[in-house]
Design a protein around this ligand. Sequence first.
Ligand SMILES: C[S@@+](CC[C@H](N)C(=O)[O-])C[C@H]1O[C@@H](n2cnc3c(N)ncnc32)[C@H](O)[C@@H]1O
Length: 217
Amino acid sequence: MKVAEFIDTAVAEYTIAHTTPPDDLLRALTEETHRLVGDDDTMQISPEQGTLLTMLVGLVGARRAVEVGTFTGYSSICIARGMPADGRLIACDVSEEWTSVAQRYWDKAGVSDRIELRLGPAAETLRAMPREEWIDFAFIDADKAGYPVYYEELLVRLRPGGLIAVDNTLQEGEIVDPAAGGNVPGMRAFNDLVSADPRVTSILLPFADGLTLIRKN
Ligand SMILES: C[S@@+](CC[C@H](N)C(=O)[O-])C[C@H]1O[C@@H](n2cnc3c(N)ncnc32)[C@H](O)[C@@H]1O
């Protein structure tokens, strides 16, 4: 069980034990991902995040969604499952190897017809999309340096009332450590940008590794 270390472990485990768990298919994907990448499997979202994504997509009534950072497919399956049969998810990633696993699991989950994979740097993929307000739901979970660009390119295409969910916004709690390096200063600037943006209403949830929900006004 993966729990964020900055949240009291017993409390985190309790919340997970009282959240709808993943099904056998998602469990099998987690196991295969671990066999493939070892400890890098922490790139995969946690099961409780998956449950939340499916719920959010349904609550927004999303039929058009975009994901930035697909990896082996866990979050894309959770997003696709929240949409109706005619829903469409565009999944962006740079890795042919990892997304080939995703594609196999999309087939097993019966959601292949709802998901279109676009391989290539996500900034270019997003910029090539129609610059109209057509997206209902988006999930950002890729290279952290790209977050400000992904946010801006998605927000201009998001319909009012649409939702962007952004992962890893607490950086394992290091976000409040002024001495922290790596991705932390950039993530802090991103969080400042979002929370001061008058175009949106946002909330940074102390959940998993920090999940920010951003609704377009
Ligand atoms: C944290 S993982 C995504 C995990 C995924 N959401 C899941 O639930 O398993 C980040 C992914 O972003 C991809 N990535 C990194 N840089 C990228 C870029 N510039 N454009 C698109 N994808 C990128 C990586 O190949 C990797 O698969």
